[in-house]
Design a protein around this ligand. Structure first.
Ligand code: 6GU
Length: 219
């Protein structure tokens, strides 16, 4: 899967993508991540990519023309890729979205907005708009890392045991939370591992885990 990221800040990404599972996924050629520096599509001697909003208001908006030209280059590299715009105006991103994007196996093009926003006309070149929650971030880079991480780990071969995905949080549906887990020691500073997990009684353990999952989903 090709992942192309259009951003003014490509330096934000390698620390996240070049560690652990995400690094392994690239090392095994299961994903290929590349960056398109939006600045190179800026116009004029100052490579301007932003401008003041029509109608007035604070701050600067990313201009539509550099954004669209960058998307067109990314599309030329990967014509069937899905164009994703992370934005607080989008629908809330869910595990069902990551499953859908991973299963489709199309490449992904992320368009990272910055500053106070972007010219709304860019959405005509975008397939999906996602928010990652009800709070405001300074740009689309962090949401891009979040969404890309959640998709990449679902690509077959990225995680070790394929069934480690099956039982985890949100996998059955978007509200299901994984049960709590424990490892050695049996007691730490007076805190004991629940007896049932030490019982060796598989049916009881299964029952307990189901109970604990549904308790957590209610929170
Ligand atoms: Cl996708 N972008 C920004 N800038 N802020 C957000 C967001 C996205 N999702 C939640 N807050």
């Amino acid at each position: 899967m090709k992942i192309q990221i259009i951003t003014l800040f490509p330096d934000m990404f390698p620390g996240v993508f070049n560690a652990s599972m995400l690094w392994k996924a690239q090392d095994r050629k299961l994903v290929e991540i590349s960056y398109i520096d939006l600045r190179q599509f800026g116009h004029g001697p100052r490579k301007q990519v932003d401008d003041t909003p029509y109608g007035g208001g604070d701050g600067m908006l990313l201009k539509v023309d550099p954004l669209v030209e960058a998307i067109e280059l990314a599309k030329k590299n990967d014509p069937t890729a899905v164009v994703i715009l992370p934005t607080p105006r989008g629908k809330t991103y869910k595990q069902s979205d990551s499953k859908r994007l991973a299963a489709a196996q199309n490449g992904l093009i992320f368009v990272c907005g910055r500053y106070e926003g972007y010219d709304e006309r860019v959405t005509n070149w975008v397939d999906e708009q996602f928010s990652i929650g009800n709070y405001v971030l300074t740009g689309g880079e962090l949401p891009t890392m979040v969404i890309a991480d959640s998709v990449i780990r679902l690509i077959p071969g990225v995680l070790g045991g394929e069934n480690s995905v099956e039982f985890e949080s949100f996998q059955q549906d978007d509200n299901n939370i994984e049960f709590p887990q424990y490892t050695r020691p049996e007691e730490f500073r007076g805190l004991k591992v629940p007896d049932v997990l030490l019982s060796g009684h598989h049916a009881e353990i299964e029952k307990w885990r189901i109970q604990e999952s549904s308790k957590m989903s209610e929170k």
